[in-house]
Design a binder for this molecule. Structure first.
Ligand code: M6R
Length: 612
């Protein structure tokens, strides 16, 4: 959602804040702003649209202060226009806010009754009014913030500065992440470590309803009730290179190309590369992995978006290889449908960011219901990671493109490992099968290089896609979630209507859609269901549908019926999704790019969805 950068130190705050916001722009990009305390006065500059609009406005602006806040917005309350852009300033107080103040209508009514002049349509401005009212009385920023915090209901992270106090900055949160970067005589308060990574590797993660108060180089943490807290500094080992484009036109393209390395980084810690056995590292539970896997009766996966499709793949893998029942749920449904979580359930959340509000709420609910929880995240120490009993990491490196790619394949690679380990521990995997699956999994990174080498064919196929009015993505078994993911990628990047379907469902309705304007993208690697999928395609072709297919090696039957045939290397059925999704990612990428769309920051979307 929104990106936040606060700075107090000795360097030029404009540079630090704008550099930081550039790293966060992928989170929200409909307006941006900066406020710096300069010679006892607040200088605030805001602009609608992308960050570059703000940068243009700032070209001739020079600040002499060393305290400031900045923000990129993803609108919740109020249109993306300048008056709603952050920072919001009321009197001596300026703040930036990520999230939602749920009781904003009550607050607004009371403020208006007390004569406040509201200038924006946002809930955020109201918080600035509340703090400004308090500061008139207390003349103490910490007290003013603590009193205001008690009046707020919702999900928020907020950074506040006071123009009367140029060596002081305060932040607090309840929901969306807020992290303090601790440098040498300088401090950063950011919504994502990437924004401060070039200045420090030392970070402190705020928990809900905690307050950080930095004044005159002294940093203190408090509970909402004002009790002092001791917080631990965490060293983050990502480097700044990982958040640069490294010569690629877009972050998304770079991240697609990083998949061989990302998949290898995900699986290597858990596989013995000599014996080709699965040896999953400890997940951090009190009991051993084997004890847990032997004692559970079911797994429930909860996630959103692309992570949900990864969970769907997980269901096929674990049920089929591990003979263990698996349920899957979209987090926004799970959290509100009074789910039944039976005894001996392992609930697994999947989240690249580790901050998705619905997934976070779901894991908390599952814990209340007594479930043992495991999180699969990319961002270590993120809120979901910290909430879970056990932890599994994607190790993909920073994913900046709003459309998730390498996090998806890394997760599926981990789910391969998890399924094999469960199967082994539950005694349903022979030594030969184990060796065979692990060997094929270890081959995936180099097979991914091969798939990527065919990019020019995917780009050609993408040109073909421009002709069509609608798209059906089809697949069976583990390829069904890949069809859903392919359709999602096309929707979010190229803004075209696409639907993913289980191939066997065609004749139950979607077949009626088919004519020569409809493209059928089929994910059909060679497996035991391939013949059935080919029959479904015959039915579609007979009705004029144009077929673009992804198959294994030289599949003559598929080739003969397709306008475009895209080949992937042979692999085990468990590893198919890792290879078959790449042509779909690249086709959507090239199509969106050729249409001139902003691939890294598709309209209306945000990378990390920290509001429900
Ligand atoms: O950070 P998460 O994995 O929890 O994010 C979940 C979804 O918001 C995310 O996968 C979204 O669907 C992507 N934009 C898809 O490309």
């Amino acid at each position: 959602m929104c990106g936040i950068v606060g700075y107090l130190g000795f360097q030029d705050p404009k540079k630090i804040i704008i550099d930081g916001l550039k790293k966060l722009e992928y989170r929200g990009y409909d307006s941006a702003g900066i406020a710096v305390v300069d010679k006892g006065q607040t200088k605030r500059i805001r602009a609608a649209g992308k960050l570059k609009n703000l940068e243009e406005k700032l070209i001739n602006e020079h600040f002499s202060g060393h305290l400031g806040i900045g923000h990129t917005r993803w609108a919740t309350h109020g249109a993306p226009v300048e008056k709603n852009a952050h920072p919001h300033q009321v009197g001596e107080i300026s703040l930036v806010h990520n999230g939602i103040i749920e009781n904003y209508l009550d607050i607004k009514k009371d403020l208006i009754a007390r004569g406040a002049k509201i200038t924006s349509d946002t809930d955020s401005e109201l918080v600035a009014h509340l703090i400004n009212e308090e500061i008139q009385v207390t003349k103490n920023l910490l007290l003013a913030v603590q009193k205001t915090l008690g009046k707020l209901i919702g999900a928020f992270s907020i950074v506040v500065i006071w123009e009367k106090s140029p060596d002081e900055i305060i932040a607090f949160k309840d929901g969306p992440p807020l992290i303090v970067g601790v440098g040498e005589k300088e401090f950063f308060i950011v919504s994502d470590v990437q924004a401060a990574l070039q200045y420090t590797k030392n970070f402190v993660y705020l928990e809900d309803r905690e307050v950080v108060h930095i004044q005159n180089n002294e940093i203190k943490y408090f509970s909402a009730l004002g009790a002092p807290l001791k917080k631990q500094i965490v060293q983050v080992d990502w480097n700044t290179e990982q958040v640069e484009k490294m010569g690629f036109k877009h972050f998304m393209l770079k991240e697609i190309y990083e998949q061989p390395r990302a998949v290898a980084a995900a699986i290597r810690p858990h596989l013995n590369t000599e014996t080709h056995q699965v040896e999953m590292q400890t997940l951090g539970f009190v009991k051993s992995n084997a004890e847990i896997f032997k004692s559970i009766d079911r797994i429930m996966f909860v996630a959103c978006g692309t992570s949900y499709y990864a969970a769907m793949v997980g269901k096929y893998l674990i049920e089929q290889a591990g003979n263990l029942p698996v349920e899957i749920d979209v987090a926004s449904e799970f959290r509100y449908r009074k789910p039944i979580v039976p005894k001996n359930t392992l609930l697994i959340t999947i989240s690249q960011s580790g901050e998705t509000a619905d997934t976070l709420a779901a894991i908390r609910l599952a814990k209340e219901k007594g479930a043992l929880t495991l999180s699969i995240t990319n961002v270590q120490k993120s809120s979901i990671d910290r909430e879970a009993h056990g932890h599994l990491y994607m190790n993909s490196g920073v994913e900046v493109g709003v459309a998730s790619t390498k996090a998806f394949t890394s997760t599926i690679a981990l789910l391969n490992v998890l399924a094999l380990q469960i199967a082994k521990d539950r005694g349903v995997l022979t030594a030969d099968q184990e060796k065979n699956y692990v060997t094929q999994l270890l081959a995936v990174p180099s097979q991914l290089e091969v798939v990527l080498a065919y990019d020019k064919y995917f780009s050609e196929a993408a040109k073909k896609l421009q002709e069509f009015k609608g798209f059906l993505y089809l697949g069976r078994g583990v390829s069904y979630p890949i069809a859903l993911e392919g359709a999602l990628k096309l929707k979010e990047l190229a803004y075209m209507h696409a639907e993913g379907y289980a191939a066997g469902e065609m004749k139950h309705g979607p077949l009626a859609l088919i004519d020569s304007n409809m493209a059928i993208v089929v994910v059909a690697p060679t497996d035991e269901l391939i013949e059935k999928t080919i029959s479904n395609l015959q039915e579609a072709k007979a009705r004029g549908g144009k077929i673009i297919s992804i198959g294994t090696g030289e599949n003559a039957a598929l080739q003969s019926m397709s306008e475009y045939y895209l080949s992937i290397p042979a692999s085990s059925w468990m590893a198919h999704p890792l290879l078959s999704v790449v042509p779909l990612q690249l086709m959507s990428y090239h199509l969106a790019d050729s249409l001139g769309y902003d691939v890294d920051q598709p309209r209306n979307l945000a990378k990390s969805v920290t509001v429900e």
